[in-house]
Every structure is written in structure tokens, then in C-alpha cells.
Design a protein around this ligand. Structure first.
Ligand SMILES: Nc1ncnc2c1ncn2[C@@H]1O[C@H](COP(=O)(O)OP(=O)(O)OP(=O)(O)O)[C@@H](O)[C@H]1O
Length: 236
């Protein structure tokens, strides 16, 4: 393992204004994640998991604190710089897939290349096909998302998240809408990506995933609590 973390959160705070009442969701999160780790963050509904990953990916502004990724102070970038940084460094997989319904699977996977100005007429379709092959969907490349199953759509979403070869993959409940067998194949893809050196940050409320992760954190009361190994072992 590298000695310095690839991702560091320093006293990250997020307060929403709910009506005229402040809602303090993150109360000073400190976290260090190393390259190639598969980190699981779990917590009850409403504990702030999505808020936390939106801070890490620079999607929403922080109230206070810092997010550092590979030497970059993410929230010091202006909006354009942050979007560009995110497009190249972070692949995001959501529970609801969010594929473009009118684009083929191949074009869905190429979308982030286009958005980031990295599209190349020969190399991009080749890479997209390679990624679809990795998730065993190459032969469906020219179909629309509506023609494939939910589990297959999630595999396309993973391929799309990898389009620009980002070092960090964030997954927000990626198996939440899938049956347990399909979920297991999706988790295996994430585990393989971590073995290949990608850093995986997965948010879930599914405690059965804990034994798979390098480290686990529980988000509760606006803070992250490290989950000891004994807590991660399922009861007999
Ligand atoms: N844009 C917003 N404005 C105001 N409040 C918000 C906003 N986004 C989230 N919240 C509130 O912040 C709290 C945390 O929400 P968040 O979506 O981060 O939780 P979560 O742990 O991801 O929940 P779930 O597991 O149900 O998706 C909730 O009380 C939510 O209502």
C-alpha cells in the first residue's frame, strides 16, 4: 500500500438550509483513503451518505473543510476546473444507472469521453467496446438501454464510469435495485477493479457487503466511525 493517501478529507462539514432551519448533515469528517482500497461507507437512510460522496466528487459545495485528491484541493477549483477534474478523475455509478435512453450502449460509454473533450473517432469506439467486453456486453453494443436487463444496464454504467480511466470510482448503492445474484456479479466487477489498482468508494446500507471491503466506515451523527474487523464478520 502507498504510504500517502490518494484521498484526504479534512474536517468536511455540510449544512443544508431546510426552509429557514439549518440542517447540519456532515459535522467534521476526517478520512484518508489509499490507492487500490475498496472502502465501504454505510449508514442509515438520511445519515448523509450521498451528501458525503457529492462533497468528495466536488458535485456540491462544502460548508467547511477540504477534500484533497492526489494533490488537488478539489473545492479550491472553480466550477469549470472542478467539472474537468471530475470528468478525468472520478467515475460515478448510481443506483438508478442513469443511462441515456436514446443512445446505444456504445454511445453511452463514450459519452464521458465526449463531455471531457477526450473523444477520438477511432480510439474512443475501440475503448468503449473494450469496456463493454470487460463487462461481458460487447455483443449488445448497438442496442438501446431499454433492450437489456437492469443488471446489464448497471454493467454498462460501470463501463461508462471507466471511460476516461479515472483512478477513483464512487458507487452510490450500485446494487440497490438488483437481485442478490446479479448484485454479486456487479460486486465482483468492483472487486476486480480494486485489484487492478482503482480506488473504490462504495456507499451502501447493505451490511452484508462489509466482509468484501478493505475498510468500512459507519456514517452516523454526521461523523464517520471506523468499523472494527469483528463488527464486519457476520454472526454465525
Ligand atoms: N439539497 C438538499 N437540501 C436540503 N436537505 C437536503 C438536501 N440533500 C439532502 N438533504 C438532507 O440531508 C440529509 C442526508 O441526505 P442524504 O441523501 O445525504 O442521505 P443518505 O444517507 O444518502 O440517504 P439514503 O440512504 O436514503 O439515500 C437528509 O435529511 C436529507 O433530507
Amino acid at each position: 500500500m502507498n504510504t500517502s493517501p490518494i484521498l484526504t478529507l479534512k474536517q468536511v462539514r455540510k449544512t443544508y438550509l431546510s426552509g429557514d432551519q439549518p440542517l447540519e448533515v456532515l459535522k467534521g469528517i476526517d478520512l484518508e483513503v489509499y490507492a487500490g482500497e475498496f472502502v465501504l461507507i454505510y449508514g442509515k437512510s438520511g445519515s448523509g451518505k450521498t451528501t458525503l460522496i457529492n462533497m468528495i466528487a466536488g458535485i456540491d459545495p462544502l460548508t467547511a473543510g477540504e477534500v484533497w485528491f492526489d494533490g488537488v484541493n478539489v473545492h479550491r477549483l472553480n466550477e469549470n476546473q472542478r467539472a474537468r477534474w471530475r470528468g478525468r478523475n472520478v467515475g460515478i455509478v448510481y443506483q438508478s444507472f442513469y443511462l441515456m435512453p436514446t443512445l446505444s450502449l456504445l454511445h453511452n460509454v463514450m459519452l464521458p469521453m465526449d463531455v471531457c473533450g477526450l473523444y477520438h473517432p477511432r480510439r474512443s469506439p475501440q475503448r468503449a467496446l473494450e469496456l463493454l467486453r470487460m463487462v461481458e456486453l460487447e455483443e449488445h453494443a448497438h442496442k438501446l438501454p431499454s433492450a437489456i436487463s437492469g443488471g446489464q444496464q448497471q454493467r454498462v454504467a460501470i463501463a461508462r464510469a471507466l471511460a476516461n480511466d479515472p483512478p477513483l470510482i464512487i458507487a452510490d448503492e450500485p446494487t440497490g435495485r438488483l437481485d442478490s445474484i446479479t448484485a454479486a456479479t456487479i460486486l465482483e466487477i468492483f472487486l476486480n477493479l480494486a485489484r487492478q489498482g482503482k480506488t473504490i468508494l462504495m456507499v451502501t446500507h447493505d451490511l452484508s457487503l462489509m466482509p468484501l471491503a478493505s475498510r468500512c466506515f459507519r456514517l452516523e451523527g454526521g461523523l464517520v466511525h471506523s468499523c472494527p474487523v469483528e463488527e464486519r464478520t457476520p454472526a454465525p
